[in-house]
Design a protein around this ligand. Structure first.
Ligand SMILES: Cc1cc2nc3c(=O)[nH]c(=O)nc-3n(C[C@H](O)[C@H](O)[C@H](O)COP(=O)(O)O)c2cc1C
Length: 413
């Protein structure tokens, strides 16, 4: 799988992690150093983390590192590391999720065969929460029939297996077996912990600005960052949907598992939205589409004229994508629009909902630093076709995205 490059400090899906008891199992693989960074992400997201290390893992990373960063004692030796004789049972009972990263061929074999001969395997025997295994090893080891058989057993038992990345490995071979980046493991953990109430659903989302060419080097656009649309795409994918994201030019990473289609102009966005409309169950139009475009974009750069201080660019209206979708959509499809307003929020939003045949409109005031374009937070009012209004106060866009999806599902019945 081709992985997008993503920043390690991203905040996606933190809601599922805040206050959760996460057990991080570290085993004796060369990638154990990456679990230190993963631990930092968990802590930053507000988790209470207990690290369990195998004896071999301690050859790769020191116990003290995990102890300091997790702010909890590390459990490594079943008989001497605990003040309580049944600490492994206490932490297993309290756990909301377990991540084994990296998971060696050895530990996978032990888990699959019900062996409990150290602190980690014994604790795992007692957990009832979701478990994610992140195999990491040399390619030949990973492809070994016994390792694959053991992974299949764990998957059939209901544990989540995170496929390793492919690439250059520490053992100088190239192939599958590399532990994915910490942010990716974090993202998949968030996905594991959310309800899958969008399974089998197709969600079509538009995000970002459009740009309308004046000439080959200049364009008309707006300040949309795409953050709200991308947050909704991420939340929908985590909840099990197949997500198609039609995106104007933004500098954001593609959410994991989302099919992204890049467009520039309103015309291109309209084509893609209408192409994908038929199979969509839910359509959420978050993109800030340019209402007008230059009538006559030049194919050569417009030169500065010394004898003229002014330049006029005649503009013409772009197609109204939302209105077109509203007119074309089937009754079983749910259409949500966003209204970014600087004034008369409620009346403008209600008018837009009616004119464009929307099922719901999310109205937000733009122009303030903590909501609307570019901000990581937003506050919106949701107006529904049935006359109900739902206020979502200021919060992270990722959290808001989940509440929006809750509301859509409630209205869809
Ligand atoms: C330098 C070195 C690197 C290793 N890297 C890996 C690895 O990436 N994946 C793996 O499955 N085993 C790896 N091993 C082998 C394991 O450490 C060995 O199988 C050990 O018994 C695993 O113990 P554990 O599963 O209890 O942690 C490595 C061994 C050495 C010496």
């Amino acid at each position: 799988m081709d992985l997008p490059i993503q920043k390690i400090d991203q905040k996606n899906g933190q809601e599922q992690i805040i206050g959760k008891n996460i057990l991080l199992g570290v085993t004796g693989g060369i990638a154990a150093y990456k679990s230190v960074e993963f631990l930092r992400l968990l802590k930053k997201a507000g988790a209470d983390v207990t690290v369990l290390m195998t004896g071999s893992a301690r050859h790769f990373v020191g116990k003290t590192t995990f102890e300091v960063l997790s702010e909890n004692a590390v459990l490594s030796d079943l008989f001497s590391d605990t003040e309580s004789s049944v600490k492994h049972i206490d932490i297993a009972t309290k756990a909301d999720a377990v991540v084994i990263a990296p998971a060696t061929a050895n530990i996978i074999g032990k888990f699959a065969n019900g062996i409990a001969d150290d602190a980690l395997t014994t604790t795992l025997m007692a957990v009832t929460c979701p478990v994610m295994i992140c195999p990491s090893m040399n390619t030949d080891m990973y492809q070994n029939i016994r390792v694959q058989r053991n992974l299949d057993i764990l998957e059939q038992d209901g544990w989540h297996i995170l496929d390793p990345d492919s690439g250059a490995l520490a053992c100088k071979t190239v192939g599958a077996g590399r532990l994915p980046d910490p942010w990716f493991i974090f993202d998949r953990l968030c996905a594991m912990l959310v309800k899958k109430d969008l399974k089998q659903k197709q969600v079509l989302i538009s995000a970002g600005p459009t740009i309308e060419a004046i000439d080959p080097v200049r364009f008309v656009s707006n300040h949309s960052s795409g953050k709200m649309g991308y947050a909704i795409a991420r939340a929908a994918e985590q909840r099990g949907a197949n997500v198609t994201l039609v995106s104007g030019p933004v500098s954001l990473d593609t959410p994991v598992g989302v099919e992204k289609i890049d467009v520039l102009s309103c015309g291109q966005m309209a084509d893609q939205m209408l192409t994908h409309l038929k199979k969509a169950d839910i359509i959420i139009k978050v993109a800030a589409v340019a209402d007008y475009k230059p009538c006559d974009p030049k194919d050569k750069k417009i030169k500065k004229k010394d004898n003229s201080k002014e330049l006029s660019v005649a503009m013409t209206q772009n197609p109204d994508i939302l209105k077109q979708i509203g007119e074309k959509k089937r009754p079983d499809q749910f259409l949500v629009g966003f209204a970014a307003e600087t004034n008369d929020l409620e009346s403008n939003a209600l008018l837009k909902m009616k004119k464009k045949h929307l099922d719901m409109i999310a109205a937000n005031l733009v122009g303030s630093s903590d909501s609307g374009f570019k901000a990581d937070t937003n506050k919106v009012k949701l107006f529904s076709k049935d006359g109900s209004v739902f206020d979502i106060p200021l919060m992270e866009k990722d959290k808001l995205a989940h509440i929006l999806i809750d509301q859509i599902l409630e209205k869809m019945g």
